[in-house]
Design a protein. Sequence first.
Length: 100
Amino acid sequence: MNKFKLLAGFLLAMSIAGCAGGPTSESTGEYFDDMALSTKVRTSILGDSRLKVLQISVETFKGVVQLSGFVDSAGASTRAVELARTVKGVKSVNNSLIVK
């Protein structure tokens, strides 16, 4: 019985350690938080009447949002960044949008 408890404890510890994040990887919680942030940013951008673009990609890593894709003007690029920054939980925004 003690061996079973020891094995169960070891497996639990290993599963928790496997969910921990590092400088180049996210924990499970961070991953889901970032997915939610990306969705909120996309919704904010798509819901803005001044932005009529569907070619903006949003990716998030540890609260840092990366915008990429194509927009019609520099103003649209600036507006997308502004909207992303207003989403609660966004730490910073990297703008890789290309004006075409």
